[in-house]
Ligand binder design. Structure first.
Ligand SMILES: NC(=O)c1ccc[n+]([C@@H]2O[C@H](COP(=O)([O-])OP(=O)(O)OC[C@H]3O[C@@H](n4cnc5c(N)ncnc54)[C@H](O)[C@@H]3O)[C@@H](O)[C@H]2O)c1
Length: 264
């Protein structure tokens, strides 16, 4: 189950957090992984710890030139790309009145333009490998519960993740119509304990008029009926499943991994 033998996965923003944990799980499942991030030192460290089946290359998802270099590096080392994980993202943590135009544009560049460029520029490599594999290639986009329901904490982040949710469905339909044999699915995490998870606690505390991140963490916890916050591994398992041939009949779908948050 969930094996990825002989597959090559390209990850964005996988120097740390959910991406780094997923890269580790994919290697355990038999894949080779190319990790891109803007945090070069952290990314190199992550790849080094994963051994010879991982490479790190600098990638700024907002830059077309940077994508071209990243894809060339992955293809040169591993011979192609079967799986694209559009994982890089940023959280702003500000309300509509507090956010500036520059902050909005940065959010859009990373959370949306990055997904568009990754999908567009990896397409030739994904199509090529799809021809030679039984069930084709796969793209997994990191959306969020904030791409399914509203977020009073960060409406602008929610707008970008809502975009990722529907781009996932739309690109899945486009590629199916064109018979590209590339499945596209999204995953929707609840609050996960990563650096970004911490940023949500800080923003939540600010909204509560304090700097008590621990109280904010407890409040976030109370919105997860399952009784705990998520760990990167909870999401990594879902991504590995969506990328694997066990999800061969899934495309244009959203996998919700949120401890029951959006069931309420
Ligand atoms: N942590 C959560 O609670 C949570 C919840 C729902 C969705 N998500 C989504 O999951 C994904 C991973 O989040 P995480 O929690 O691991 O966050 P994280 O902050 O730990 O990791 C995000 C990574 O993206 C990288 N990144 C930022 N800008 C980049 C750029 N321009 N080019 C390349 N890389 C860039 C960062 O350097 C970082 O390594 C994000 O898309 C996030 O929106 C996270």
């Amino acid at each position: 189950m969930n094996r990825l033998d002989a597959k090559v996965a390209l990850f964005t923003g996988a120097g740390r957090g959910i991406g780094a944990e997923t890269a580790k799980l994919m290697i355990e499942a038999g894949a080779k992984v190319a990790i891109g991030d803007v945090l070069d030192e952290r990314g190199r460290e992550t790849a080094r710890a994963l051994g010879g089946d991982a490479l790190y290359h600098h990638l700024d998802v907002t830059s077309e030139e940077s994508w071209t270099e990243m894809i060339a590096a992955a293809a040169a080392r591993f011979g192609g790309i079967d799986i694209l994980v559009n994982n890089a993202g940023m959280f702003l943590g500000k309300g509509v009145e507090e956010a500036s135009l520059d902050e909005w544009q940065r959010l859009v560049a990373i959370n949306m333009t990055g997904v568009f460029l990754g999908t567009k520029l990896c397409l030739p490599a994904l199509r090529e490998r799809a021809q030679a594999s039984v069930h084709g290639s796969a793209i997994v986009n990191l959306a969020s519960v904030a791409g399914l329901v509203g977020s009073q904490l960060d409406p602008l982040y929610s707008m970008t993740k809502g975009g990722v949710t529907l781009f996932t469905k739309s690109s899945a339909l486009e590629f199916a119509r064109k018979r590209y044999r590339i499945r596209v699915n999204s995953i929707h995490p609840g609050v996960i304990q990563t650096d970004m998870g911490e940023q949500t606690f800080t923003a939540r505390a600010r909204n509560m008029g304090s700097n008590d991140a621990e109280a904010a963490r407890k409040l976030a916890l109370s919105t997860h009926p399952i009784g705990r916050l998520g760990m990167p591994n909870d999401i990594a398992k879902g991504i590995v499943f969506l990328a694997s041939d066990d999800a061969a009949f899934m495309t244009g779908a959203g996998l919700v991994v949120d401890g029951g948050l959006t069931a309420q």
